[in-house]
Structures are given as C-alpha cells and as structure tokens.
Design a protein around this ligand. Structure first.
Ligand code: NI
Ligand code: MN
Length: 226
C-alpha cells in the first residue's frame, strides 16, 4: 500500500491499481504550495465531513479524474449540485464494497457543515479493509469509546489519526485511540496547517515513543509504503 501525504488530512493511498484520496485540502494550504492539485488523479475520493479543510479541492480533483465521490448523503448531494457525476452516498454505520476493498463509515465526534454553511450531515471516519491491509482513517474526531468497537470487527494494521488538538484529539488522546483500535502504527494528521493546531514534532514523537507506538509524521509530498 503506497501512501502519499498532501498536508492537513489529505492522503492519496494506492491500493492495487486503485487510487483512493482522502479529504483533499491542498490549494489553500500554504504548507502544500508545492503540490499541483491538477497533477493529482484519484479513482475514489472519500470525504470525512463537510468542513473546508477537508473538501476544498474535491470538486476539482473529482472532475479532473472522473473520480467517484464517497461521503455522507448530505455531502454527496451538495457536490452533485456542483456537477459531480459519480458518487456513492453513505451514512454512519454503513459499509460498501468497492473494487479496492470494503469501506465502513464509522462514528466521529465532530461537526460537519459545508463551506457555504449548508448542512453537511454528521462527521465520520472510515475503516478500509483490503486484501492487503486494513486501516482506520479517523477524520476529525474527539477520543471516543466508540473506537473500541472497531477492533471487534476489523484487524487493523495502522491508523491515521488527528493529533493537532484544539479541533480534534491531541497526541495524548490519539495514543489512547490507537490503543482502543489496537494498532501500534499511527500516521498523524490535522496539525501545523493553522496556528491553532501547530505542534512540536519532537515532543509528539517522544510522547508516542514513550507510549510504545510508532508515530509517522509524513512530509508533504512524501510517499511511503506500508
Ligand atoms: Ni472539521
Ligand atoms: Mn478539520
């Protein structure tokens, strides 16, 4: 599984022949100014919730790629009005089997409105189970006991968790979340993009190490294989 980071909560994950993009927010992100949005191609775009810092570039990339948009019913409706042709609406607790694997939409404790202020349904995370690996993309969320349900149904290899605090979990809560979902490998997201969520990289890595977890903080534009 090849994972490329585009800043904030945006990851492009190559699963076999399929490219799956999560929460694209690239062109307004000063930290991601070297990334050309028009160079990104995706087969599927998964959106955790409607906030600007998760959906800003979804329309453009979906249109460039003829990608299928996967999100809650309200978000899909909003993008359909913008001319997105291929989509699959879901809601919390539901799952869908796609050519790259199964996607289950799980609870997130957060809000969700669209960039224009219209209703964005409820915020969610995704559990993706493929032939190769299974992982949890938490979206924006607080720490919640609901996470304990995930390892009852899935054997995860890693989790992508927000660590920036203020709007989501901080590193301490994220490490508890990693225990709840039973992973030792965490990719951090949702940090440094705005002053509210700036973190000390050395400090969070140390905290993770002391908790016995591997915390991966990817460079923007970096690709890793897991
Ligand atoms: Ni949010
Ligand atoms: Mn956010």
């Amino acid at each position: 599984m090849e994972i490329t980071y585009y800043g904030q909560s945006c990851f492009l994950i190559k699963i076999g022949n399929h490219s799956v993009l999560f929460d694209p927010f690239i062109s307004p992100n000063e930290l991601a100014k070297d990334i050309d949005v028009n160079s990104i191609r995706a087969d599927y775009i998964l959106l955790s919730h409607g906030h600007q810092d998760h959906v800003h570039d979804a329309e453009q990339i979906a249109k460039n790629s003829d990608a299928t948009l996967i999100a809650n019913f309200e978000i899909v409706g909003w993008f359909t009005e913008k001319g997105i042709k291929k989509s699959h609406p879901m809601n919390t607790g539901g799952k869908v089997t796609l050519p790259f694997g199964t996607v289950k939409m799980v609870n997130a404790v957060h809000s969700s409105s669209m960039p224009d202020g219209s209703y964005g349904g409820v915020a969610a995370g995704f559990v993706v189970e493929t032939e190769d690996k299974a992982f949890y993309f938490a979206g924006d969320t607080a720490l919640t006991y609901d996470m304990k349900l995930i390892p009852e149904q899935f054997d995860l290899d890693f989790a992508i968790l927000p660590i920036g605090d203020n709007f989501t979990m901080d590193i301490h809560d994220a490490l508890v979340a990693a225990d709840f979902v039973q992973v030792d490998k965490v990719i951090g997201m949702h940090y440094d993009t705005f002053p509210y969520i700036e973190i000390d990289h050395e400090e969070v890595k140390e905290v993770a190490q002391m908790a016995g977890k591997e915390l991966i903080l990817m460079e923007i534009g970096q690709t890793i294989n897991l």
